[in-house]
Ligand binder design. Structure first.
Ligand code: PMP
Length: 377
């Protein structure tokens, strides 16, 4: 008998949406190279440009400013390689932002984080006022739109306004925010925004960097002249088509977020009823509707993940969310959580097709893996 599985790991990756699958299968049979002038080439080009419009709509950008990449990791690496002299960022950033920034040779300045997992705007204002002006060269500030582990939403527009006053360019990694909160690049006042197709129900290995009109960034992948000279390489038409279809569907998901939040909050209450010592990480901050990061002091995150998996429920360890490494994640370290909580942090993340039955199964599995396991011991 096959076990019914409950998937609560949408922040790691979301299942492929039916619309995305249909669009990808149709695009696989497109013969032409989108750079060719003949009818076959033009047909592939049309699919790419329609997807570009859909992705632009999801993030409130001009289609011409969207450049397709192999994923958000490439988009983030591209921005980091922009020849910056100084990069401001926090420990909340995804490894794909922090690692290339660290390797870029730029001076790294840490942005202060409050205990709820939000960047401290007032402290950043003071930090920028005190910073040594750069004699030459450019500075960048990286502010994720929402955190992959806690779901905490960052004050991107406020920080971008501060940065702009000092001539600092701003990047926002909006991978987790896309389709979950309304995004508008112009309102946010940012120069660069990265997104990933597979987090919104598109294919893995596809993403985009949105560049503000006029934002100067040399190509990372050169040659071929594709993407108007900004990213070389024959386009992955099927993946781009899937990304476009997923973006269209994700835009409609925005109105489902309050129902998803209700389901997530119901899940949190039910878990607390089983285990009253439950700590909800980031509970005091604005969070994505779908994300629940919790810890049970005294329970190792990895053990909980394995027990829930055996009980048919897929979740992930907050301590290892982004890296697969055991230890405290940079996000939880930046929040300065006590070790006991950070090492116990697990993330349950819902999608638009998560059902009440999924929640019920997760609660039962939680009970069996915690209270039940204690009784059995
Ligand atoms: N940024 C964040 C916040 C993420 O959660 C992820 C995926 N874990 C990435 C960037 C990397 O995206 P991709 O998988 O498309 O390379």
């Amino acid at each position: 008998m096959t076990q019914t599985r409950t998937y609560l790991d949408y922040n790691a990756t979301a299942p492929l949406r039916p619309d995305a699958r249909t669009a990808m299968i149709a695009a696989l049979d497109l013969k032409g190279n989108a750079s060719s002038v003949h009818a076959e080439g033009r047909e592939a080009r049309q699919v790419i440009e329609a997807a570009r419009v859909a992705v632009a709509q999801l993030v409130g950008a001009r289609a011409a400013d969207v450049v397709f990449t192999s994923g958000a990791t490439e988009a983030n690496a591209w921005v980091a390689a922009g020849g910056w002299r100084r990069i401001y960022l926090s420990g909340l950033e995804h490894d794909s932002v922090r690692a290339p920034a660290a390797a870029s040779g730029a001076e790294i300045v840490q942005l202060p984080v409050k205990s709820e997992g939000v960047i401290d705007v007032a402290a950043v204002a003071a930090l920028l006022a005190d910073a040594q002006p750069l004699a030459d060269g450019r500075a960048l500030m990286c502010v994720q739109a929402a955190n992959n582990e806690t779901g905490v939403i960052q004050p991107v527009a406020e920080l971008a306004a501060l940065a702009r006053a000092y001539g600092i360019a701003v990047q926002s990694d909006a991978v987790q925010a896309a389709g979950r909160i309304a995004l508008d690049c112009a309102v946010l006042g940012i120069d660069f925004l990265s997104i990933s197709a597979h987090k919104i129900g598109g294919p893995k290995g596809m993403g985009a960097l949105v560049l503000r009109d006029g934002a100067a960034l040399k190509p990372l992948v050169r040659g071929g002249g594709q993407e108007r000279g900004r990213r070389g390489g024959t386009e992955n038409v099927a993946a781009i088509a899937g990304f476009g279809a997923a973006a269209r569907a994700a835009l409609n998901d925005l109105e489902l977020q309050s129902a998803i939040a209700a389901r997530r909050d119901g899940l949190a209450s039910a878990l607390r009823a089983q285990t009253p010592e439950l700590v909800v990480i980031g509970a005091g901050a604005d969070r994505l509707a779908n994300t629940l990061c919790v810890a049970l002091p005294g329970h190792a995150a990895e053990t909980l993940v394995i027990r829930l998996d055996l009980a048919g429920v897929a979740i992930s360890a907050g301590s290892a969310c982004s890296s697969g490494k055991v230890g405290v994640s940079a996000t939880l370290a930046a929040m300065k959580l006590p070790d006991e909580i950070a090492k116990g942090a697990v993330r349950l993340s819902l999608g638009s097709d998560t059902t009440d039955d999924d929640i019920r199964r997760a609660v039962n599995a939680w009970r069996d893996s915690t209270v039940g396991a204690r009784r059995a011991a």
